[in-house]
Write a protein that binds this ligand. Structure first.
Ligand code: SF4
Length: 280
């Protein structure tokens, strides 16, 4: 192992170890030592194993109202705890992408040398819990900030730890029906809503992305409910990105008509002050 870290948020059980980091609560056993996310298991297989690094404008994450005009060094882990049928990064999330081990201090120094901050993005950073907890404080100590671009499918206690060391989050709210999460993502809606509430309550900068997939989560009645929920639970000033879907991975539904994104944005604006259109 390149690092000396052991997995946090685990419980010993007869026959194995239960991971309590995310709602999947995988049981790691000697014959099945990795969790669904593939990054965590009997060992931290993905600790520091970075997909490529790239410098991006922070607006691209997307974060439109957090330190505008700054740049972030982006990277992410080779796995994910959701299995979205339309994943645009499936080769990194569920394939066997090339990675490079970067120790926390080296990544923090690279971020300081090239950018204003660091973004954990591309796949799902909460499953990199230990690596984020080790790296983000170093980024701060060098004068930078840390951004998380996440699906929000994480349990409250590790989330609280992560909020404590990071500066801004974009949460992908993938739909408004639990059935959609179960069918399309192998996840659930309620933990994501809890995550949104917790980040907002902490005062940490929060933006939300809602990707419109035709026939799946583009019911106009839902748009109004989503917007009203975000306004009531996270605040009317929460920036919302209403985004256009494109076919990919296991889904070949045609791309969202641009007109749908315009119409949805109008509905979101009845409840929220800052609504941005994505991928149009
Ligand atoms: S973080 Fe990974 S190993 Fe842990 S419960 Fe979630 S999917 Fe399973």
């Amino acid at each position: 192992m390149e690092h000396g870290r052991s997995p946090g948020y685990t419980l010993r059980e007869d026959g194995g170890v239960r991971c309590t980091l995310c709602p999947h609560r995988c049981l790691w056993t000697p014959s099945n030592p990795r969790g669904l996310c593939r990054v965590r298991g009997m060992e931290l297989y993905g600790y520091g194993r970075c997909l490529g690094t790239a410098v991006d404008p922070v607006e691209k994450k997307p974060l439109r109202m957090f330190r505008p005009g700054t740049r972030v060094l982006s990277t992410g882990p080779p796995g994910c705890n959701l299995f979205c049928s339309h994943c645009q990064n499936w080769r990194s999330s569920h394939g066997s992408p090339p990675t490079r081990y970067i120790p926390p201090r080296e990544l923090a120094e690279l971020a300081a040398a090239t950018s204003d901050g660091l973004a954990f993005t591309y796949t799902e950073p909460v499953i990199w819990y230990e690596y984020v907890m080790d790296t983000a404080p170093l980024v701060r100590s060098l004068g930078g900030f840390t951004v998380m671009v996440s699906n929000g499918f994480v349990n409250p206690e590790p989330l609280a730890d992560l909020i404590g060391v990071t500066d801004a989050w974009n949460i992908d709210l993938k739909g408004w029906r639990n059935g959609f999460y179960e069918r399309n993502c192998r996840g659930g809606l309620e933990p994501v809503l809890e995550t949104l509430r917790a980040i907002a309550a902490s005062g940490t900068h929060l933006e939300v992305t809602y990707l419109l997939i035709p026939g799946e989560n583009d019911d106009p009645g839902d748009w109004s409910e989503v917007a009203a929920w975000v306004a009531a639970n996270c605040g009317e000033d929460t920036p919302m990105h209403v985004s256009r879907y494109f076919p990919g991975y296991r889904r070949n539904t045609p791309a969202t008509p641009t007109d749908t994104v315009y119409r949805a944005s109008e509905v979101f604006r009845r409840h929220l002050r800052h609504v941005f259109m994505g991928n149009v």
